[in-house]
Design a protein around this ligand. Structure first.
Ligand code: 5GP
Length: 196
C-alpha cells in the first residue's frame, strides 16, 4: 500500500555544501544519514508486507544500483534480484521522452512477486514502460519502490507503492544518480542550484 505520510524531503540548510559538474552548481539536499534512515524504513515496510514470500527486486540500471543494494540489505526476508537497463538522459537534464530497453531481465517472472526498484520517477514515462514490459511476463504481483519522486512532473495515473522522498521538479545527482555519468559516487544527494 502507498504510504500516506508526508514524504516531502526536508532539505538541509541552504548554504551547506555545494558541488559543481560540467559548469552547473548543485547544493546538498539529502544527506547520507537521512537517506540511510529512510531506506531502512522502506525495507521494514516492504519486509512486513512480503513476510513469508520471496519477492524479486528488478533494479533499474544504472541509477538505482546504490539504492537497490541498500534496500536489499534492509530486507529481512528471502528475496532475489535481477536488473533491467533502459536508455537514460545521457548528458541532458531533461527527459527526452523516449525509452529504449538496453538490457532485459534474465529471471523468469511468471507467477512471482515483483518489485521494481528505481532511483527516481520524474515524468513517469520510464516507469510506465517498465511496468508494461514486466506485465508481459505475468507476475503474480507488480509493485514499485522509488527512492525519489518528483510529483509535479509525473503523470497523475501512475501508482508508486513505496516512495522514499518527494522532491521538487529540479535535477538531482548523487547516491547513484548521475550527470553525464559523473556524480554517482556521492553519498549525499545534491539538487541543481537554480539561484545561480
Ligand atoms: P522519467 O521517465 O520518469 O521522466 O525519468 C526517469 C529516469 O530519468 C530515471 O530513471 C533517471 O535515470 C532519469 N532522471 C529523472 N530525473 C532525474 C534527475 O533529477 N537526476 C538524474 N540524475 N536523473 C534523472
Amino acid at each position: 500500500m502507498p504510504s500516506t505520510r508526508d514524504l516531502t524531503a526536508a532539505p538541509v540548510e541552504p548554504g551547506d555544501a555545494t558541488v559543481s559538474y560540467r559548469g552547473d552548481r548543485f547544493r546538498r539536499y539529502l544527506d547520507a544519514d537521512t537517506i540511510r534512515t529512510r531506506v531502512q524504513e522502506m525495507g521494514r515496510q516492504i519486509g512486513d508486507q512480503y513476510a513469508g514470500q520471496n519477492p524479486i527486486l528488478v533494479s533499474v540500471l544504472n541509477g538505482a544500483f546504490m539504492f537497490t543494494a541498500d534496500l536489499m540489505r534492509a530486507l529481512d526476508i528471502d528475496c532475489e534480484i535481477d536488473f533491467i537497463k533502459l536508455s537514460s538522459y545521457g548528458a541532458a537534464k531533461v527527459s527526452s521522452g523516449e525509452v529504449h530497453e538496453l538490457k532485459s531481465i534474465d529471471a523468469d517472472l511468471e507467477g512471482r512477486e515483483v518489485i521494481i526498484v528505481e532511483d527516481i520517477v520524474d515524468t513517469g514515462l520510464t516507469m510506465e514502460f517498465i511496468k508494461d514490459r514486466l506485465r508481459e511476463y505475468s507476475p503474480a504481483s507488480l509493485r514499485v519502490a522509488t527512492l525519489l519522486h518528483k510529483p509535479e512532473a509525473t503523470e497523475p495515473d501512475l501508482t508508486l507503492d513505496y516512495v522514499g522522498f518527494q522532491i521538487p521538479d529540479l535535477f538531482v545527482i548523487g547516491y547513484g544518480l548521475d550527470y553525464g555519468q559523473l556524480a554517482r559516487n556521492l553519498g549525499d544527494i545534491y539538487i541543481l542550484d537554480d539561484s545561480a
